[in-house]
Design a protein. Structure first.
Length: 284
């Protein structure tokens, strides 16, 4: 196969993947985020830019959703208001754009994204199946969402990232990610690996496997809205995301394949798919 054919294949694969993740407005948003002049919250070589700009986020994003679903109140809000089944790609595009804007965009654009999310959270209220009220702007629930995301993005990066962070870099990432959580209204977001470990110990008594969390897991792992040819690579991402979860949370996920642990095969599959995604996106 000629170099030209390979380059064309890479370009088309990268564009298709990027549009799927970022939505039809992805190219315009990418230009707005990266090409608008002005100060940024984070430097291009910062730990948060390194983590959020890497293909390992595909594993981390799946892992974060599975982990977040184990808090019954957070899950109740997602089930009632997010439309994750009706519009999964739209939700993915909004989330990926928010992460890109707050990590790489100008200070003005990043703050605008924060303000939009906070205005949406104010309107998300309801009652969970167990009778407890929930509110999306509850600082404690926001803390849990952030804890699950920060831990997942970092864990995936350390396993599958092109340039894993050293110990100081991991703490730098958590400290930088915490500044975004602060702006969103989360209470006391962890700023180091030690604080992150303590946060999980605080939340663990509140977490549980529920009908709603099982539904999210089945949708993400067994019923993804993908064409047949994409199911194999996606299954490798799903296996990598589940295997990288903390053991106590992995036992709450209704996984149907036998590889619950992080076996050599699962790790190799996750690495191969992540490298393929990185290769394709670099050509777009």
């Amino acid at each position: 196969m000629s170099t030209r054919v390979v380059d064309d294949l890479r370009s088309r694969a990268g564009r298709a993947l990027f549009e799927r993740v970022a939505g039809p407005d992805g190219p315009a948003e990418r230009s707005r985020i990266h090409d608008t002049p002005g100060p940024r919250w984070f430097a291009p070589d910062s730990a948060i830019a390194r983590v959020h700009g890497d293909a390992s986020m595909f594993v981390g994003g799946l892992r974060a959703l599975l982990l977040q679903s184990l808090h019954p109140l957070a899950m109740a809000a997602v089930a009632a208001h997010s439309g994750y089944r009706g519009d999964p790609w739209g939700r993915l595009a909004r989330t990926s754009t928010f992460l890109a804007v707050t990590t790489f965009g100008t200070v003005e654009h990043a703050q605008q994204a924060i303000d939009v999310v906070r205005s949406v959270h104010v309107r998300v209220r309801g009652t969970a199946p167990d009778g407890r009220p929930y509110a999306a702007d509850d600082p404690w629930l926001l803390r849990w969402v952030h804890v699950a995301e920060a831990d997942s993005f970092l864990a995936a990066h350390q396993r599958y990232g092109e340039r894993p962070l050293d110990a100081a870099g991991c703490d730098e990432y958590l400290a930088q990610a915490a500044t975004i959580a602060d702006r969103l209204g989360a209470v006391d977001p962890p700023r180091s690996r030690a604080e992150l470990a303590r946060a999980f110990e605080e939340f663990r008594p509140q977490l549980a496997r529920t009908t709603e969390s099982d539904d999210v897991a089945r949708f993400l792992l067994s019923e993804p809205p993908l064409p047949f040819l994409a199911r194999g690579p996606y299954a490798a991402l799903g296996a990598a995301s589940v295997a990288s979860l903390p053991p106590w949370s992995r036992r709450m996920i209704p996984v149907r394949w036998p590889m619950r642990g992080e076996s050599v095969l699962v790790r190799a599959g996750g690495r191969t798919v992540t490298q393929a995604i990185r290769w394709a996106l670099a050509g777009s």
